[in-house]
Ligand binder design. Structure first.
Ligand code: URA
Length: 476
């Protein structure tokens, strides 16, 4: 019997090395005991791992992505189940595509549960400010995750709260961010944290995602389990937000019908009626989509028919960001379905990208236009509107976590990189941001507007070239 002890941090790396070694020597799953986090010797003397690599293994990328999450599940069976899948992949390379296979289904359940827990941690961690006289403010939080997700989630908090020092303590592991360096320490019992949290910050966050018209306490408990309440200052604010936000919803409804075409009002009413229970806490992309429909972060919500949230594969490797919905998109509620969408679809096809395997969205979620007779003429969103909408784009990027994001046009480039430089110097370039690399390309509408057919053809070819590059980056 082989015994593999997986550490609390670097779990996946240790599992992968051990599993590779064992599988390459055809060690059957029944001869391996996997344990997480305890270094004692157990009841028997374990054999050392076989020396060196044996036969070459086939390890598809999709399996590594699955293992990367499922290994964090607290079910002690998860490392062994992953090992079984690795062994079967050697003879069944398409195993993961078989959704009816009980092992594949079980591993998907593990992955989903871990992903949900990762989102919960992002939504429910509440920092409390600690006293200090250094240059950087200090915060600490206590959180009880269901799974071993602290290390996997730490990067998110480093990016979001880079300019303060913080610690997130959990029963298994503490993540510490100090002077821009991340480290981990063993878990600890719940510390005694001061009450004076950055409550105004969280109150703003909560007010933005709160739907007073549809509050249902049972459902609220389901979405925001009681165990998190004690760490969250904002649950006390619900009555006040109920009163204010009700009026906001009425205002939006009244404003929506006045400018948009008559059928737009019907669509607005339709989507509001059909809207699922709006989330009190944004834990998933669907929550963000529902919350976005009630967004009043800027005035564009007054005249647009509806917010047009992104669509596609929730864990796409490639995200494509346009400027804002156009006339057609505003009515359909989907991004890039009009003329610009046709240009984009054609370019994606030429570049060998399957639209359904990407996440497509816009920097700004409401259509900005000026009425001209029966027509609604596109207007470019201003810096404040782009800034206000970065909230939703940030959530989309946080949930989807694409390997690469393509910015189509200057507005998307501004939203994603914070820089306004001329497109002519940026197109075709990869720019690094804290949330990952961004490739800048032409907006399809820019191509459509070019008066010269030769220039339009050249710009279209450049868009295709950029999308090909994007494809090779995410494929590699
Ligand atoms: N232009 C965009 O930027 N996005 C759309 O969804 C449609 C047109």
């Amino acid at each position: 019997m082989h015994r593999v002890v997986l550490p609390e941090t670097g779990t996946m790396d240790v599992w992968r090395d051990a599993a590779r070694r064992l599988a390459s020597h055809d060690v059957p799953p029944s001869e391996i005991e996997w344990v997480v986090g305890e270094a004692d010797q157990g009841l028997f003397d374990a054999q050392p791992l076989p020396a060196g690599e044996g036969r070459a293994l086939k390890v598809p990328r999709a399996f590594l992505d699955l293992a990367d999450r499922a290994i964090l599940h607290r079910d002690p069976a998860s490392p062994g189940l992953l090992y079984q899948a690795l062994m079967r992949l050697q003879d069944q390379p398409h195993l993961l595509a078989d959704e009816a296979d009980p092992l594949v289904r079980k591993l998907e359940v593990l992955r989903k549960s871990v992903r949900r827990d990762i989102h919960k941690m992002r939504a429910f961690v509440r920092f409390r400010e600690l006293p200090g006289d250094g240059l950087r403010r200090r915060f600490a939080a206590w959180f009880e995750p269901e799974h071993r997700i602290v290390e996997a989630n730490a990067g998110f908090f480093c990016r979001r709260f880079a300019d303060m020092d913080w610690a997130i303590h959990t029963p298994d592991l503490s993540a510490l961010w100090q002077d821009g360096a991340l480290s981990f320490a063993p878990g600890a019992p719940r510390p005694d944290l001061p009450d004076d949290a950055a409550e105004a910050l969280w109150a703003t966050y909560f007010a933005n995602i709160f739907n007073p018209a549809r509050i249902k306490l049972d459902s609220m408990r389901q979405h925001m389990p009681r165990k998190y309440w004690k760490n969250m200052p904002e649950t006390a604010q619900i009555p006040a937000m109920l009163a204010g936000a009700e009026a906001r919803v009425d205002g939006m409804r009244a404003a929506a019908a006045t400018v948009a075409p008559t059928r737009a009002a019907a669509i607005t009413d339709g989507y509001r009626a059909a809207m699922p229970q709006a989330p009190q806490v944004i834990e998933t992309l669907d929550d963000a989509r529902a919350g976005c429909q009630l967004c009043t972060r800027c005035d564009l919500c007054r005249n647009a028919t509806q917010a047009v949230f992104g669509e596609g594969l929730p864990d796409a490797r490639l995200m494509i960001v346009g400027e804002q919905p156009g006339d057609q998109e505003d009515l359909a509620g989907r991004p890039f379905v009009g003329r610009a969408g046709q240009v984009l679809d054609g370019a994606m096809q030429a570049a060998g990208i399957d639209r359904g395997r990407t996440w497509i969205t816009n920097a700004v979620k409401h259509f900005k236009f000026t009425p001209r007779g029966k027509r609604r003429l596109h207007q470019t969103p201003n810096g404040d509107e782009v800034q206000a909408c970065k909230w939703w784009l940030g959530l989309e990027r946080g949930f989807v976590q694409p390997q690469l994001t393509v910015a189509l046009g200057g507005t998307a480039a501004l939203a994603l990189t914070g820089r306004k430089d001329a497109m002519i110097r940026r197109r075709g370039r990869m720019e690094e941001t804290a949330e990952g690399p961004v490739l800048i390309s032409w907006h399809p509408s820019y191509i459509l507007r070019l008066p010269d057919a030769g220039a339009a053809k050249a710009a279209r070819a450049e868009l295709i070239e950029d999308l090909r590059l994007a494809r090779s980056v995410v494929a590699g």
